[in-house]
Design a protein around this ligand. Structure first.
Ligand code: GDP
Ligand code: MG
Length: 175
């Protein structure tokens, strides 16, 4: 076990975006094979951790998931406090969830540290025939707002590991 494992870094990453875009499933997918996962429920929020090695350092990712607080401005500032990364998730089959990304980003930038690493995620890429947001729209928004961007499927496990590793590696680089 890793009971006595030395942790070099703890990185808080927050998941945000509309309800039902797949935030909780992305987190479950990423942490499923973890060798060190704990879960902690607090008032209205929950996080899970996964410990991984980046550049020979032991990094503990503490990933926060909203619990039914997805209504506009319902996420409290405590949720964002101390976050060094954020994943802005939309459902590529629901145009509205993409159109709301600008608001989520505005709210995030209003609360978070200015050096926060942000990744835009278009989830549910397995539902190709229902796609309502072209890849280029995601790319364009991400480029304009200086975000990393990836399309994922929590269901099929597409790019899930990659998106978390990418954001954590970028966070590691600047911390
Ligand atoms: P949250 O409210 O953002 O946490 O969304 P959930 O993770 O609870 O997912 C909402 C719904 O979308 C559930 O029915 C999930 O099974 C489904 N879902 C999540 N991710 C995917 C995905 O990648 N593909 C498909 N087809 N369904 C997904
Ligand atoms: Mg959820």
């Amino acid at each position: 076990g890793d009971y006595n494992q030395k942790i070099d870094y703890v990185f808080k990453v927050v998941l945000i975006g509309d309800s039902a875009v797949g935030k909780t499933q992305l987190l479950a997918r990423f942490t499923r094979n973890a060798f060190n996962v704990d879960s902690k429920a607090t008032i209205g929020v929950e996080f899970q951790t996964k410990t991984l090695i980046i550049d020979n350092k032991t990094v503990k990712a503490q990933i926060w998931d909203t619990a039914g607080q997805e209504r506009y401005r319902a996420v409290t500032s405590a949720y964002y406090r101390g976050a060094v990364g954020a994943m802005l998730v939309y459902d590529m089959t629901k145009r509205q969830s993409f159109d709301h990304m600008a608001r989520w980003l505005e709210e995030l930038r209003g609360h978070a540290d200015k050096n926060i690493v942000i990744m835009l995620i278009g989830n549910k890429c397995d539902l190709a025939s229902l796609r309502a947001v072209p890849t280029e729209d995601g790319e364009e928004f991400a480029q304009r707002e200086n975000l990393f961007f990836m399309e994922t499927s929590a269901l099929e496990s597409t790019n899930v590991e990659t998106c978390f590793l990418t954001i954590l590696t970028e966070i590691y680089k600047i911390n």
